[in-house]
Write a protein that binds this ligand. Structure first.
Ligand code: SAM
Length: 292
């Protein structure tokens, strides 16, 4: 596989041939390690029957590995300079569609029904542009497209937050937003040296797997996320104080908060980082019951 796009010499040669200067502002760090690519494809469990969405194909390093394993790959690339390059680097694969679109603005559902057949399992795989890791994840989770799994490379510090357990420093509103819908596991830590150019941080691959539908759901999802956000607003304050910042400090409100915590059987003095997703759901419903 010496001709893989993903090796440092070939990557530099492609960049040289096309006079491509990477744009740091677009998070362009190209993968050059076949072992890491192999691991990504294995973690996502890509098979010949799968359709795959890729975000940010770059010069095609990961796309090529996906194309070899999958039925079809639909890739979204914001940088139009990369399209003629991808045309050539991926010329051997007839199962790749690259569209020149910003993933944060794309109508994913419409693009999928236009380019992919709906019968097959759908997965999402990406070496993400790190400057927009969180908004991309939030859109994917809140969106109307159901992925069987999502395998994404991101900065290690964010990966730690996604896969965090209650009671740890990394556990926060982002953890809960993700783990409310998907099971998150850290698949592999990746050193910065396998990218050209090398980013300033280490990276990690996270696997998110769709959970079976929850049996315990909040009365209102927006209210749930509001309570979660407020719970972590001041990390050093306890739940009692953070809930007062959300609902108010009037005597009636304080009584209602106290009542809600009693209904939920949650100690007012603990911090939000101790609460599981289920406890946040219970707390949200208890706040509603206490007329907050
Ligand atoms: N997949 C390639 C690889 O692994 O070598 C490149 C990954 S690089 C970290 C991120 C890619 O995302 C770049 O190609 C960049 O141009 C692209 N990108 C940045 N912002 C984007 C956006 N909003 N929508 C789609 N692609 C974007």
């Amino acid at each position: 596989r010496d001709l893989d796009i993903a090796n440092p010499a070939r990557t530099r040669a492609i960049m040289h041939t096309y006079g491509l200067q990477v744009k740091k502002s677009l998070g362009q760090n190209f993968l050059t390690d076949q072992n890491v690519l192999h691991n990504i494809v294995a973690t996502a469990d890509i098979g010949a029957n799968d359709n795959v969405i890729e975000i940010g194909p770059g010069i095609g390093a990961l796309t090529e590995y996906l194309a070899r394993a999958a039925h079809h790959v639909l890739a979204f690339e914001i940088d139009e300079r990369l399209l003629p390059i991808l045309d050539e680097t991926l010329a051997d694969y007839d199962n790749v569609t690259v569209v020149n679109q910003d993933i944060l603005k794309a109508d994913l559902a419409a693009m999928i029904s236009e380019h992919l057949d709906n019968e097959r399992p759908l997965k999402l795989v990406a070496n993400l542009p790190y400057y927009i890791t969180t908004p991309i994840l939030m859109n994917l989770l809140a969106g109307d497209v159901a992925f069987e799994n999502i395998v994404v490379m991101m900065q290690k510090e964010v990966a730690d937050r996604l896969a965090a357990e209650p009671g740890t420093k990394a556990y926060g509103a982002l953890t809960i937003a993700v783990q409310y819908r998907m099971a998150a596991e850290m698949a592999m830590v990746v050193p910065r040296t396998v990218f050209v150019p090398a980013p300033n941080v280490d990276s990690a691959i996270v696997k998110l797997t769709a959970l079976p539908p929850r049996t315990h759901v909040p009365f209102d999802e927006a209210a749930f996320f509001k309570v979660v956000k407020a719970g972590f607003a001041h990390r050093r304050k306890n739940l009692w104080n953070n809930l007062q910042s959300l609902f108010g400090k009037q005597p009636d409100t304080k009584t209602a908060i106290q009542q809600a915590l009693e209904i939920a059987a949650i100690d007012p003095k603990i911090r939000a980082e101790r609460l599981t997703v289920d406890e946040f759901i219970t707390l949200t419903d208890a706040c509603h019951q206490a007329d907050l």
